[in-house]
Design a protein. Structure first.
Length: 364
């Protein structure tokens, strides 16, 4: 544009000179015609460059939008994968509770228990899909201005990847170390080969305090991974919907990509609950209990654990689609939060599982 302005001013100057010399001969002057032709050529080049730049910008915007769609597809996969990790932890935590409370008798172990039921010899992993995110990073130098905010949010969301990788490795390492330890026991691999529990195995599960220590160690490792999967799930659902808000829906949102349940159902769980079974000790949700009562509230279609009449901890509806024989989809509504999980029963009872013992509450 500066070049165009310069040439225009220059041509005016030349034209003025010609006019002073001979007003009638200016337009027919060879010099004027040459300069005019040059002007038109330069103007054509500038216009072509502008159009090319405009086309390139539009093309890059479309490419960026396509990459955001890839991120969205990856998020859908991550949400699906989190289903397994979170449900796995809830089921393992319930097994942990039964082991610590000595709820399994000799007959239970004598029948033979699976790898899953042993609690301490099985692990799972949470794999986050990063194809779209990596493509987005390759475009970081030329992010379209109108997408700069969503780009920053996506980058922030994926900052937890190294932590998830670390928790995956830690969980796997703990389980394999336990395998190595138990290999020194005569029964471990031998019983596995014959498919029948020996007296030594039964005694280990029933009476050895080290078994309980290992159970607690494994569930703690599983809890760390569960926490990251839960947090990523909530953020992934929000990001999935935000991308739709920006680009528009290209398909119907899958049913499981939500953490909100219909208010007509949620309102049935609002109220005050009194401890019915179990002991809190120093564990959660002790700090949210007043005069022996725990309160559940509702705000903006989200259930909350209340404290001092304030909506303290949001409870996110856990909409499952991945079924597993070891931890099948429950008939009751399950919610997850930064502090444990909550299973609401139709009879007004509420089961809460967290770092400590499970507790059962009854709505008043």
């Amino acid at each position: 544009m500066l070049l165009l302005k310069f040439l225009t001013n220059r041509f005016k100057s030349i034209g003025s000179t010609f006019i002073k010399e001979d007003k009638k001969s200016v337009t027919s002057s060879p010099v004027f015609l040459a300069v005019t032709e040059l002007f038109m050529v330069v103007l054509g080049i500038l216009l072509a460059l502008y159009i090319d730049r405009w086309n390139s910008t539009k093309s890059f915007e479309k490419q960026f939008e396509s990459t955001l769609r890839t991120v969205q597809q990856n998020l859908e996969s991550d949400i699906y994968n989190s289903d397994n990790v979170i449900a796995h932890f809830h089921a393992r935590d319930s097994l942990r509770h039964d082991v610590m409370m000595n709820k399994f008798d000799r007959e239970y172990y004598a029948k033979g228990i699976s790898y899953w039921q042993q609690v301490i010899v099985y692990y799972n992993q949470y794999q986050v899909t990063t194809e779209g995110y990596n493509l987005l990073l390759d475009m970081k130098e030329e992010v379209p201005k109108k997408y700069s905010e969503i780009f920053k949010k996506v980058k922030k969301m994926y900052k937890m990847l190294p932590i998830i990788d670390e928790y995956n490795k830690n969980f796997k390492k703990i389980i394999w170390n336990i395998h190595d330890e138990l290999a020194y026991s005569h029964w471990f691999w031998v019983d596995y080969y014959y498919g029948k529990p020996s007296e030594e195995q039964i005694d280990f599960f029933m009476n050895d305090p080290y078994y309980k220590a290992l159970v607690q160690k494994v569930v703690n490792a599983s809890a760390l991974l569960n926490g990251m999967a839960r947090n990523h799930r909530i953020k992934a659902i929000d990001m999935y919907n935000e991308i739709n808000d920006i680009l528009g829906k290209d398909k119907e949102v899958p049913d499981h990509i939500t953490y909100i349940i219909n208010d007509s159902i949620s309102k049935n769980y609002v109220g005050k609950y009194k401890l019915f079974e179990g002991e809190m000790g120093t564990w959660f949700p002790k700090n949210y209990v007043e005069n022996g009562v725990l309160e559940i509230g509702l705000k903006d279609s989200v259930l909350y654990l209340m404290k001092d009449e304030k909506h303290a901890i949001p409870l996110y509806y856990f909409k499952r689609i991945y079924n597993n024989s070891n931890y099948p989809i429950k008939k009751n509504h399950v919610f997850i939060s930064s502090q444990g999980y909550y299973e609401f029963y139709k009879n007004g009872k509420l089961r809460i599982g967290a770092a400590g013992p499970e507790t059962i509450w009854q709505r008043q």
